[in-house]
Design a binder for this molecule. Structure first.
Ligand code: URA
Length: 237
């Protein structure tokens, strides 16, 4: 059972907020009866009408994008910058699963399936988000251990599941570090490295769950297969 306004929004007809307005304006019927209660729950078998038109369900769509630098991870931008949605050819109302910063590149999933997105984002499902960070300076074992044992971000302890020094670049006094986390807090990787004294010069997400961009060039995307979608559903704890 799902809330009526959520089902209307997921159909792609309108936003959740507009759906709530339509309900309050008595423009929504469930099984022929006008509903005005915003908390009303409906099942897949209920017949929903909006403005006397049967609600058609939008097909679920799933994409993996190799996000380029200089694109924002949002459905729209008030400064008219290019968004990740502009890169994908679909009429479905898809949105990004979590966020990558404007200057971060790599694996980003997009969908119009809220349950799928929640599974990937919820830390209890322990889905790996693997990043490769280029740091200014050269990290030491002690600082790597600190990232693994946990650092405080906004008074909350966050830990890296794995941290691996991949390469030391002596000429530029920098290094490449692979870090795996399960949460997706704002600027989490950059803030974790800042908290042990390192500035992140470049950041790429190499993998999220089973999805990597090995066969996708920067800016390219592909649809997920039904099997891949099923695998994500199996992650739910
Ligand atoms: N952590 C960050 O700091 N930035 C991102 O884009 C993703 C994770």
């Amino acid at each position: 059972m799902k809330r009526l306004q959520k089902v209307i929004a997921e159909s792609g007809l309108t936003s959740r907020r507009k759906a709530e307005e339509l309900i309050l304006q008595k423009k929504v019927k469930v099984n022929g009866n006008i509903v005005t209660e915003l908390g009303t729950k409906v099942s897949q078998n209920d017949r929903i009408e909006v403005n006397n038109k049967i609600l058609e369900k939008e097909n679920k769509e799933y994409f993996l994008l190799n996000k380029p630098r200089g694109v924002i991870t949002s459905t729209k931008d008030d400064k008219s910058r290019k968004t990740v949605i502009d890169l994908i050819n679909t009429t479905a109302r898809i949105y990004p699963v979590g966020r990558l910063d404007y200057d971060t590149t790599g694996a980003l999933l997009l969908t119009n399936d809220g349950d799928f997105a929640n599974i990937l984002m919820h830390p209890t499902n322990e889905i790996d988000k693997v990043y490769l960070a280029k740091l200014e300076g050269i990290i030491k074992g002690e600082q790597i251990n600190k990232l693994k044992s946990g650092v405080l971000l906004d008074d909350i302890l966050v830990k890296a599941t794995r941290v691996k020094l991949k390469k030391v670049i002596k000429e530029s006094n920098s290094c490449l570090v692979e870090i795996t986390i399960h949460e997706g807090k704002n600027h989490q990787v950059k803030r974790m490295f800042e908290s042990v004294g390192f500035h992140v010069e470049k950041l790429t997400r190499k993998r999220i769950g089973i999805f990597d961009c090995k066969n996708l060039k920067s800016g390219e995307y592909r649809k997920l297969t039904p099997k891949e979608v099923q695998i994500v559903y199996s992650y739910k704890k």
